[in-house]
Design a protein around this ligand. Structure first.
Ligand code: ADP
Length: 599
């Protein structure tokens, strides 16, 4: 198992996030600031244009008025002859003109600066009789120029812009015409907005503003000459204007110079006003970035999970493969062990077969030993007969009895063929028989065995009683092997009969049932003792004391019969004596041996 990677602490994630966010937010903020500043500047520029146009328009309307009014005969009349009637006429005219032009005050001064007629003649603080020679606009007009002046009204205290012009007759100056314009309303126009209006005169002193605290304060330091001028002209309520410092950190300032009157108009926007939209933009940007980063994080996490799962899968697969491999190796080892066991078993089998084979041979030799006496007896008899026939034939030939001699020779010939048959049977008995089982006639094999044992039967006065079917009983066997087995069994019966007194019986019968032929050999000998019943088939088990008993006969028979697919059953008869039964498979002589052998 791969160890699950340790989770990084949360604060490290946050620090990482901040590390990514901050450098991205900084330019975003700059961008938003620049954008909103641009927006604001554009908007303010328009406001400024409007305001300046309004201001210049207002002033421009009145600029030409003094020169034009100076030509009115009624006013000139007053300058020529300032009597009550003409003065009243002039006052009324000026009053009317003031109403029509919207000016604040219109008034006429004589060359000494005394007010002869005024539009406010019927108001309490009228100008009639007052001297304005100290006002700069009077001097300017007397010098033949268009007089301009900003200042507070000496009686009203209201701010006003004064235009003045000389009334001339030829080169002579008869008087001065003055029009005062009220500027307070231009300030009121501004209203209550976060932006501030600031209009400064040539001294840099604030004359119009939307912030009352700033009024009549100097935006720049005044030099001595200017201070003297202000003290003289008294345009403001104070002769020493306080300084006003405006920080660019707090204000966004836009200005416009009015060259005609040497004024400067400014709009000041609090920097704070920019903060909110910028903050909003940055917040939105930050949220978007955060969402993006989280998305990226999520995708990365999913990718990591996927990789982890793939690694786990691969691990599991590897483990499975390894297990399969181990199992395969186990199985292979098991297989090898089985193979070697099978091999061992085969070798054991082969050894067993060899041992059986050797036992068979030994059994045969033993049987040969047993039979050698009878064999020699069996062969000596015909040999003695042959000798006497040959001697006899010689004598018969000597006597010219040729036909009788020939008969003797024929007898000799018969005897030799009988001897040859005995010898051939013995050879067949001794020979190894490796051939596969084949259909063999039980009767013929029994006949052969009895032929071999005939001398012993004769010696023991035993006449075997046979009760066999007439039809040939074909059994699955080897001819030599079957004869060998039968010889052995019969020989054992004869051995048992030899120990008892006559009459000796040997009963041979056969039946066929369920694909098997059962041959029963019964004798009235001593029968099997209890021990020999148990152990008779063991090799070298014998109860016979003489050298003829090797104890191999039944062992060999048993193994031979088994090898043929049959069986050997040993028992005793109820009336005394042994009963040996040989069961063998039936065979069909027409079929091939192999087919019949198959179970
Ligand atoms: P052997 O004949 O050399 O003793 P066998 O294996 O042929 O060896 O026989 C084993 C023993 O079985 C004999 O020694 C004998 O005791 C007993 N036996 C065999 N056949 C008979 C029989 N027909 N009647 C009584 N005993 C028998």
């Amino acid at each position: 198992m791969t160890p699950i990677p340790e989770r990084r602490p949360r604060w490290r994630h946050l620090a990482l996030l901040a590390l990514v966010l901050v450098p991205l937010l900084w330019p975003l903020q700059r961008l938003a600031e620049r954008y909103y500043t641009g927006e604001l500047l554009e908007q303010n520029r328009q406001t400024l244009d409007l305001y300046v146009a309004n201001l210049l328009g207002t002033l421009g309307r009145y600029e030409v008025l003094p020169a034009i009014l100076g030509d009115l005969p009624v006013l000139r009349q007053v300058l020529h002859a300032p009597d009550d009637m003409h003065t009243m006429q002039a006052n009324r005219l000026l009053s009317e003109l003031r109403e029509r032009t919207g000016a604040d005050v219109i008034y006429l001064l004589d060359p000494a600066g005394n007010t002869l007629a005024a539009s406010n003649w019927n108001e309490t603080d009228h100008f009639i009789g007052r001297n304005f020679a100290f006002r700069p606009y009077f001097q300017q007009a007397m010098d033949g120029q268009l007089g301009r002046f900003f200042g507070l009204g000496t009686t009203s205290g209201k701010r006003g812009y004064y235009f003045s012009h000389a009334v001339q007759e030829g080169e002579r100056i008869l008087g001065v015409m003055v029009v005062k314009v009220d500027l307070d309303f231009t300030e009121a126009l501004w209203g209550h907005t976060p932006e501030r209006l600031l209009v400064t005169d040539p001294f840099g002193v604030v004359i119009l503003t939307s912030d009352p605290d700033w009024r009549y304060r100097a935006t720049r330091p005044l030099n001595a000459e200017e201070a003297e001028r202000i003290a003289l002209d008294r345009p403001y309520p104070t002769t020493k204007p306080e300084a006003l410092t405006l920080s660019l950190d707090d204000w966004l300032i836009q200005s416009r110079e009015l060259r005609e009157i040497d004024w400067s108009v400014r709009i000041l926007t609090p920097q704070a006003q920019l903060e909110r939209p910028v903050r909003t933009a940055v917040a939105i940007g930050a949220a978007t970035l955060l969402a993006l980063l989280l998305l990226v994080g999520l995708l990365l996490q999913r990718r990591r999970h996927l990789l982890e799962r793939m690694a786990l899968d691969a691990q599991a697969r590897r483990e499975l493969e390894q297990r399969v491999q181990e199992r395969t190796q186990d199985l292979e080892a098991l297989n090898a062990r089985l193979r070697s066991e099978v091999l061992e078993r085969e070798q054991t089998q082969q050894e067993l077969v060899r041992a059986q084979d050797e036992l068979l041979q030994a059994g045969k030799l033993s049987a040969l030993g047993t039979m050698s006496a009878s064999i020699s007896h069996e062969l000596n008899q015909p040999l003695a007969a042959i000798r006497s026939y040959a001697d006899n034939a010689g004598m018969l030939l000597d006597h010219g009895r040729q036909p009788e001699a020939r008969a003797n020779l024929r007898l000799i010939s018969d005897l030799t063929s009988r001897m040859a048959s005995i010898i051939s049977q013995l050879r067949a008995f001794a020979r190894r028989d490796p051939s596969a089982p084949e259909p063999v006639s039980l009767q013929a094999a029994l006949e052969d065995a009895l032929t071999v044992l005939a001398p012993r039967c004769t010696a023991l006065a035993v006449t075997p009683t046979q009760s066999l079917p007439d039809s040939t009983l074909w059994v699955q066997a080897g001819e030599t092997r079957l004869r060998q087995v039968l010889t052995n069994l019969l020989s054992n019966a004869l051995d048992a009969l030899a120990d008892v007194a006559p009459p000796r019986q040997l009963l041979i019968s056969a039946t066929r049932e369920d694909g098997y032929v059962t041959l029963s050999l019964a004798d009235n000998g001593s029968g099997f003792s209890e021990e020999s019943l148990r152990r008779a088939c063991e090799p070298f088990f014998t109860t016979k004391v003489s050298t003829e008993g090797l104890g191999l006969g039944l062992a060999i028979c048993d193994s031979l019969v088994r090898s043929l697919g049959g069986e050997l059953q040993l028992g005793n008869r109820a009336e005394g004596g042994a009963l040996v039964q040989l069961r063998l498979r039936c065979a069909n002589p027409g079929r091939t041996p192999k087919e019949t052998l198959l179970p």
